[in-house]
Design a binder for this molecule. Structure first.
Ligand SMILES: [Zn+2]
Length: 233
C-alpha cells in the first residue's frame, strides 16, 4: 500500500509545473492531433508546445502535417531557444511559445491556432466579450487582442505574453490566437472554448444586442479562474 503512494508523491513533485501532471512529448503530440481533429487548424498551420519536467520545452516541428506527425518529429529547446533535441527545426513561432513560458512559470502548455471564428475577431481587432460563464472560468474573462507584430519575432512573443498574466487566451491581430494552460491538453481546451465563444458572439450579434455575463458573476468566476491557475489546474 505505502509504495504506490510514495511513487505518486514523487511523480507529482517531478512535474515541471504545479499541476502534478508531468508534461510529456506524447502529450504535446496528442494535443497537436486533437487540434487538427477539432478543426482549429489545417495543414501545417498552428503549433503546440509543452514544458517538460526538466524545464525544457517540447515544440511541434516546422512544416510537418499533423496527420503524419510522430513523436520523433518533435523538437526540444531551452527557454532561450537553443535547440537541444530533434532532427527537424522547431516551429517558426518558437519565440512566441518561449516568451509565454518565460513570463509565466506556472504555464505548462501553449497552443497557437488559426481557428476561423477567433481569427475573424483578430482581423477586426475586437476582443471576444465574456458572454458565457464558461469563458470566464476557463479563460479568465473577455479575450483581449494583442497589438500587431510581425510573425515569428521576439516582439510578437513579448506582446502576446504580456496579455496572458490574467487570461489563458489572447487574439493575435490579423493572425489567430494563443492559449495557455497547465498542460497542452488544458491549452487545447481553452482554444476550443474561445473558438466556440467567438462563433456564439458572431451569430448572436445578428440576432440582437449581446449582453456580457453580469459583472458580479464575472468577478466571481474570474476568481475561480485565478485560483485554478495558481493551483496549476
Ligand atoms: Zn500562426
Amino acid at each position: 500500500m505505502s509504495k504506490p503512494q510514495e511513487g505518486e508523491a514523487q511523480a507529482s513533485e517531478a512535474g515541471g509545473t504545479g499541476s502534478g501532471v508531468e508534461v510529456t512529448r506524447e502529450s504535446v503530440l496528442e494535443a497537436a492531433k486533437e487540434l487538427l481533429a477539432k478543426g482549429l487548424v489545417e495543414g501545417t498551420s498552428g503549433n503546440v508546445s509543452g514544458r517538460l519536467g526538466d524545464g525544457t520545452v517540447c515544440l511541434t516541428p516546422s512544416s510537418v502535417p499533423y496527420e503524419t506527425m510522430t513523436v520523433h518529429d518533435l523538437t526540444v529547446c531551452d527557454l532561450d531557444g537553443t535547440q537541444l533535441e530533434g532532427e527537424r527545426g522547431p516551429t517558426s513561432e518558437k519565440a512566441l511559445h518561449l516568451a509565454c513560458y518565460r513570463a509565466h512559470p506556472e504555464v505548462g502548455g501553449v497552443i497557437h491556432s488559426h481557428a476561423v471564428h477567433a481569427t475573424m475577431f483578430a482581423t477586426v481587432r475586437q476582443p471576444i466579450p465574456a458572454v458565457i460563464e464558461e469563458v470566464v472560468v476557463y479563460v479568465g474573462g473577455d479575450v483581449p487582442v494583442a497589438d500587431y507584430r510581425t510573425t515569428g519575432t521576439d516582439e510578437l512573443g513579448e506582446e502576446v505574453a504580456r496579455h496572458l498574466a490574467d487570461r489563458s487566451a489572447v487574439l493575435v491581430a490579423n493572425h489567430g490566437m494563443v492559449t495557455i494552460g497547465a498542460t497542452p491538453a488544458k491549452a487545447l481546451h481553452a482554444a476550443g472554448v474561445v473558438e466556440r465563444t467567438a462563433q456564439i458572439v458572431w451569430g448572436a450579434r445578428m440576432l440582437g444586442a449581446v449582453h456580457p455575463v453580469p459583472e458580479e458573476v464575472n468577478a466571481n468566476f474570474a476568481g475561480v479562474y485565478r485560483m485554478m491557475r495558481e493551483m496549476g489546474m
